[in-house]
Design a protein around this ligand. Structure first.
Ligand SMILES: C[S@@+](CC[C@H](N)C(=O)[O-])C[C@H]1O[C@@H](n2cnc3c(N)ncnc32)[C@H](O)[C@@H]1O
Length: 363
């Protein structure tokens, strides 16, 4: 039995084209740079012409200008600097024509064709173009994941892992798993990695969800015409989406840090709100077969960075009567390189966790 999905067709998330009619100041590289900087500081757009690198020059000039304006190293001042830089750098524009950047010596960015099929001419902020460019490199070249044979090609705006200890934990657990393998639900499927691992160990079906439309659009596209498209079914939705039928396995690699009130922390792949875990456990209770298992991949990052004193899975096990612990595994995360370690002492104690929960036996 399936519930109708509450959400309709996913609409792609992409940098929005700038709608601007009228005269725009330009920067061609050879002209005096103080003029376009003045325009930016007064809130006006500047269109980069000539070479792509002119955009980089303007960006770095804007950066040094704002650094002079905010010389103080205090947290507040640095935050003001970052916020102003973010705002003003997005006024630097590039023109796209026929799905290509108009400037010379520009990178080839396939997203311009994929994400904007309907537009033949438009403007985008320079930093957004830089984001599209690096995302294209990840997508085009793919990333190797130690537990998977094939590379993963993360779609624009979709989470993908850059460290793999938690995936190794899950892989080791799957290797020893002896329960039924008819179906599993993969909450927050992202680039599909956990479901690919499930397939590797012989699961017949995985029902994935994500509230990021790009995750659903990207996976649908990458699986099209392959046998995976019959084995991994997708729904664009919150938590379990339309998947109602109980399964023997529910897997969830949730965000690992509690959301604070800082408005820049809205990334739902990384930050969770107060309601996410209680709601997940409540819904999971209804969708787990009587001898089924829930596997949650988590980390002590929230605890060791002092973001929270509360661990949402420990909380569930201690305070609620829905589930009990079946197995707990942890693995320390490789130390960051010496360069980054200096500022991140806590990295030394970072551990990823694999929690296996089952229905609580109340007899
Ligand atoms: C840390 S990522 C994990 C992605 C993937 N499962 C993996 O292991 O690589 C968390 C994912 O959960 C999704 N997500 C966050 N909150 C969600 C919710 N309430 N319902 C569905 N998906 C959610 C995010 O968009 C993101 O793709």
């Amino acid at each position: 039995m399936q519930k109708e999905s509450t959400n309709t067709t996913p609409q792609i998330n992409r940098p929005e084209p700038i709608k601007f009619k009228g005269e725009i100041a330009t920067f061609k590289g050879k002209t005096d740079i103080s003029e376009p900087i003045e325009t930016l500081l007064s809130g006006g757009y500047v269109l980069v012409e000539g070479l792509y690198s002119n955009g980089l020059t303007l960006l770095s000039e804007l950066q040094s200008n704002l650094k002079k304006k905010h010389p103080n190293q205090s947290f507040k001042e640095q935050r003001a600097y970052r916020s102003e830089f973010r705002k003003l750098s997005n006024l630097i524009l590039l023109k796209i024509y026929n799905n290509k950047l108009v400037v010379r010596k520009a990178p080839e960015i396939g997203w311009l064709e994929k994400l904007y099929p309907e537009s033949d001419e438009f403007l985008l902020p320079f930093p957004q173009v830089q984001g599209l460019n690096s995302a294209w490199q990840w997508y085009f070249n793919g990333i190797s994941i130690p537990v998977l044979r094939n590379k993963v090609h993360p779609y624009y705006g979709v989470y993908f892992p850059t460290r793999f200890e938690h995936l190794i934990l899950f892989d080791n657990w799957l290797k020893r798993y002896e329960g039924p393998k008819k179906s599993a639900i993969d909450i927050g499927i992202g680039s599909g990695i956990l479901s690919f691992q499930l397939m590797k160990y012989g699961f017949q079906k995985s029902f994935g969800t994500d509230l990021n439309p790009n995750a659903i659009i990207g996976l649908t596209e990458s699986m099209e015409g392959t046998k995976l498209s019959r084995k991994i079914e997708l729904d664009y939705g919150h938590l379990f989406g339309k998947w109602e039928k109980p399964t023997e396995l529910i897997v969830f690699n949730p965000p690992w840090l509690p959301a604070s009130h800082d408005i820049n922390r809205l990334d739902e792949a990384i930050y969770y709100n107060d309601k996410l875990f209680p709601e997940f456990f409540e819904e999971a209770k209804k969708r787990l077969l009587s001898d089924g298992k829930i596997v949650i991949l988590f980390s002590n990052l929230g605890e060791i960075t002092n973001e929270t004193k509360e661990h949402p899975i420990k909380y569930e096990l201690e305070k609620e009567t829905r589930f009990e612990l079946d197995l707990f595994l942890k693995k320390s995360v490789k130390n960051a390189s010496d360069k980054t370690k200096r500022n991140q002492h806590w990295r030394a104690t970072e551990e990823v966790e694999l929690w296996v929960l089952k229905h609580k036996d109340l007899t």
